[in-house]
Design a protein around this ligand. Structure first.
Ligand code: SIN
Length: 286
């Protein structure tokens, strides 16, 4: 009998898997079961882990080849397949990306072939008055597609959108400025060219249709006026991230969260003071 147990919550995703110790090489049968749960739900939580960087890399490589984060200074020294997501400063330098994912997004949408998924492992979690802070929220893009009206599904069929990293950098800077009541920033030039994705993608493993949107990323939609396109992006984002379908993960040290970039959006809340340490290791699968 299998050791793998699933504790379902009342959301489409974010279910908890117990009974696995990923620091050892789990059997092919256990791995297959886990892979199927990951594909079915899009986000799973494997809690209570105690893994070294080598063990995280070895486990992640069972899914596929790994993708290195392009800003190499944030990859773990000696283990460049691991991206450090952290607010910790050591010797005057950030050890990782401090504000990763502070908006609804799917990872690396600014590339032509975004990676399939990510595995984020919690080593240090900020805690205040006994409560862990720095939650991450997840919303299912396949559930969102399934619950669109048939008119909207028809309208979106085959429709392409232009995604812009330059626009996103400006959008993020303005968000941060308005959070801090600072001055508006103008469009910044990054070295990443605009790219194009369909608004509906077909999941390569499950065949399910998934909405492909990210906050502050889309600048144009084929066949639509700018204002109309922006209103559609807002409508789709609101539909995907409705409060009653969002799974909000309250982290504990030892949690490994696996998400699928086709079938979910995620957003890191970042509600903790700089004095509290948060440190996580992310591997990214192609
Ligand atoms: C990410 O988007 O990769 C980071 C999420 C988090 O820090 O919770």
């Amino acid at each position: 009998m299998s050791n793998v147990n699933v504790q379902l919550n009342d959301r489409p995703l974010g279910h908890r898997i117990t009974g696995l110790d990923l620091s050892r090489d789990i059997s092919d049968a256990e791995f297959d079961e886990l892979r199927q749960l990951y594909e079915r739900y899009g986000v799973i939580v494997v809690s209570g882990q105690d893994m070294s960087p080598e063990q995280q890399i070895r486990f992640s490589q069972r899914f596929s080849e790994l993708v290195r984060f392009p800003m190499a200074q944030f990859n773990l020294a000696d283990y460049p397949d691991i991206l450090v997501v952290s607010n910790v400063i050591e010797n005057g330098k950030p050890i990782g990306v401090g504000d990763a994912g502070r908006c609804w997004h799917t990872d690396m949408w600014y590339t032509d072939a975004p990676p399939r998924g990510s595995l984020l492992y919690a080593l240090e979690v900020p805690v205040e008055n006994g409560r862990a802070l720095g939650d991450t929220m997840f919303a299912s893009t396949s559930h969102a597609y399934d619950t669109l009206s048939s008119d909207m599904k028809n309208f979106l069929e085959g429709r392409m959108a232009t995604f812009s990293h330059d626009y996103h950098a400006e959008w993020r800077a303005n968000q941060t400025a308005s959070e801090k009541s600072g001055a508006r920033k103008t469009r910044s030039e990054t070295s990443i060219p605009d790219n194009r994705h369909p608004l509906v993608k077909i999941h390569p493993k499950t065949g399910r249709k998934c909405l492909y949107v990210s906050e502050g990323a889309i600048v144009a939609i084929d066949g639509m006026e700018h204002a109309e396109a922006m209103a559609l992006v807002d409508e789709l984002l609101q539909h995907v991230t409705r409060e009653d379908v969002v799974y909000r993960h309250n982290w504990a040290v030892g949690d490994l969260l696996m998400w699928d970039n086709y079938s979910c959006l995620h957003c890191a809340i970042g509600d903790f003071p700089a004095s509290l340490r948060r440190r996580m290791y992310r591997t990214t699968i192609r």
